[in-house]
Design a protein around this ligand. Structure first.
Ligand code: ATP
Length: 600
């Protein structure tokens, strides 16, 4: 286990650690007192007087005399039981505190990771694998929580072991030195096994990560896999990973059980040898021998538990490194300035791109620009359509408008102000976005709408449903607004999902509404419904439509044609369609299946 892990834990574990350590010391002291009480007990049982260093015999006599109690069998046994009860009660408190430390530690780790994830730059975030994020946030953090508990438990075990070693040393120093020597040899023998535990933990981490990916990616594409008859293929991948995990588990189990068996056997061999040396060579008196055996039989399982805890901590080191790596990646990707809440914008003039270039590779000039040197204006309260062939850069321009991406070169201006830093959050509060793939939560229609504006009134909900042409189908749902839409809205049709997403986007009264291919996958009836809904919004707010189907852009005030990341044309649809040999005209012809130069 690394010092960094220990430091991290101590830094985050809070004020409870000193309390736990204090309790551990008290429990250890009670254990020491319990062992000491065995001296008068053995004497009272007629096994003779015990000779111990530090005049221990005198100590317990003085204690009894001091409190005015006779050192009778009844009193000694009662004291013994009282000590055991006190120890058990304190252990319960320590266990509770340990559990609290574990819970708080995991909460902190998860919150920090999630916070960093929420504030990460969009582009950096998209480079992370979803399954990996899920695995780190769940399994790895859980492992660290368990490790935190093991750490505090380890401190307790070590304290107890020290008490027993101390007592043993007072009873017979040479025998204790012999036992400790055997213990050190044992620990040295176990070192290779500890290394094997760490290697196994690393391999297991890789397999668990593969399993998370197999599950989440298969679930995301379940319908496609099923309809392509590729379910078996996914099953094979999954089975291979689960078998690898099972093999790994068995290998880890073998290492654990080898070390435990080795430890137990060598422990008992050492104890037998110790007994022989004590009786045959040191000639230890019976009472002293009984006490020494008692002390060592209490010590042995604790040393075993220390070894197990240590191996568990070594196993969790991999999770610590994984969590730290992800945290560092996310921290490095945090948006330039904290995304403080600001007053939502009301777009007055419009948006402008000034010489905007964007490259997904960032500074890496070998990566092709997604958009290059764009100079364009999007006037407020007008409808602007972005068109162009696939890969032309339409979605990239959309993401730049949303403030999800920042230009590699050039600037995006909102009413003349550069869109960057602290303004980003306020800007995003002012936008409505309808993506290509409508996303709904496994919640009611109402819950999905309120996600955008938790304090929306019933009248506002009805108004946006009406504006998005969704009122009628929602009324027809079995429980109306309170109908659960299913996982990602699976219980609704594509068109219904799209209209509900539009209604949700409108609920915040956005100053800019961006529709990314919103009608692309819809049938003519649904397409018309959405188009009519959009048309009703025309003039009320700033509309930007990313469109493949050119029928959806006919009512736009301006069309911007992109090709290979550059603006190749702009103007009203009527003007562009009239330009013989123009890009928009050609796109229009292709859209309508016209091969000659004729149009309309
Ligand atoms: P489509 O109509 O097919 O959706 P588009 O016009 O919206 O295409 P963009 O998605 O903006 O085009 O892509 C523009 C270019 O940027 C393409 O060459 C694409 O491969 C690249 N690109 C898009 N997203 C990423 C990404 N996350 N990482 C790297 N390159 C990307």
């Amino acid at each position: 286990m690394s010092a960094a892990f220990l430091q991290h834990f101590l830094h985050h574990a809070g004020r409870r650690i000193p309390v736990v350590l204090g309790l551990v010391v008290v429990v250890a002291a009670l254990e020491a007192a319990g062992v000491m009480l065995l001296m008068p007990l053995l004497e009272l049982l007629g096994l003779g007087q015990i000779k111990a260093a530090g005049n221990l015999n005198a100590v317990w006599r003085q204690v009894f005399a001091g409190v005015g109690l006779p050192a009778s069998l009844e009193v000694v046994l009662s004291c013994f039981v009282t000590l055991l009860i006190a120890q058990a009660a304190l252990r319960r408190v320590t266990d509770y505190l340990n559990a609290r430390i574990e819970a708080d530690y995991t909460v902190q780790l998860r919150d920090r990771l999630y916070r960093a994830m929420v504030h990460a730059r969009w582009l950096d975030f998209t480079r992370l694998r979803g399954a990996h994020l899920t695995q780190v946030l769940t399994q790895d953090v859980d492992r660290l929580g368990f490790a935190a508990q093991q750490m505090t438990a380890l401190v307790g075990l070590v304290a107890m072991a020290m008490v027993h070693c101390g007592m043993a040393a007072l009873l017979s120093l040479p025998l204790t030195a012999l036992a400790l020597g055997c213990g050190l040899i044992l620990a040295a023998c176990l070192r290779p096994l500890n290394r094997r535990v760490q290697t196994a933990a690393q391999a297991s981490q890789v397999h668990r990560s593969e399993m998370s990916s197999a599950i989440s990616e298969h679930l995301a594409g379940f319908k496609v896999a099923k309809s392509h008859g590729r379910g078996e293929h996914h099953l094979q991948i999954f089975t291979r990973v689960t078998h690898a995990i099972a093999d790994q588990f068995m290998a880890a189990h073998r290492t654990f059980s080898t070390s435990r068996t080795f430890f137990e056997l060598s422990g008992w061999v050492a104890l037998t040898a110790f007994l022989y040396v004590a009786v045959a060579w040191v000639k230890l008196p019976t009472a002293q021998l009984v006490l020494m055996v008692f002390v060592f039989t209490r010590l042995l399982p604790r040393i075993g538990a220390i070894q197990t805890s240590w191996q568990r901590l070594l196993q969790s080191q991999v999770s610590f490194e994984t969590v730290q790596k992800l945290q560092a990646e996310l921290d490095a990707a945090v948006e330039a300035e904290p995304t403080v809440a600001g007053q939502p914008f009301k777009l007055q003039v419009g948006l402008q791109f000034r010489q905007v270039t964007f490259r997904y590779g960032g500074e890496d000039a070998s990566v092709r620009n997604a958009v290059t040197g764009l100079d364009l204006s999007i006037p407020a309260r007008q409808m602007t359509a972005l068109v162009g062939p696939s890969g032309a850069g339409k979605s990239t321009v959309g993401d730049l408008l949303l403030g999800l991406l920042s230009p590699t070169e050039g600037t995006v201006l909102v009413d003349g102000e550069v869109l960057a830093g602290a303004q980003l959050n306020a800007w995003r509060q002012s936008i409505g976005y309808v993506p290509q793939e409508p996303f709904l939560f496994h919640d009611t229609v109402r819950g999905n709408l309120l996600w955008a504006k938790p304090d929306a009134t019933e009248a506002e909900l009805q108004a946006v449903l009406q504006a998005a042409a969704a009122e009628e189908f929602v009324t027809r749902l079995p429980q109306g607004l309170d109908t659960v839409v299913g996982d990602r809205g699976v219980r609704l049709s594509g068109g219904e999902r799209q209209r509900l997403t539009l209604a949700r986007a409108l609920l915040r009264r956005p100053t800019l509404l961006l529709l990314d291919e919103a009608t692309n996958a819809l049938d003519p009836v649904n397409e018309q419904l959405i188009q009519q809904a959009i048309e009703r919004l025309h003039g009320e707010l700033t509309l930007v439509i990313i469109a493949h189907r050119l029928s959806t852009v006919q009512n736009a005030d301006q069309v911007i044609v992109l090709d290979c990341g550059r603006m190749v044309e702009s103007g009203s649809p009527a003007k562009l369609v009239a330009q013989t040999g123009g890009h928009f005209r050609r796109l229009m012809q292709a859209d309508r299946g016209i091969t000659g130069d004729e149009i309309l």
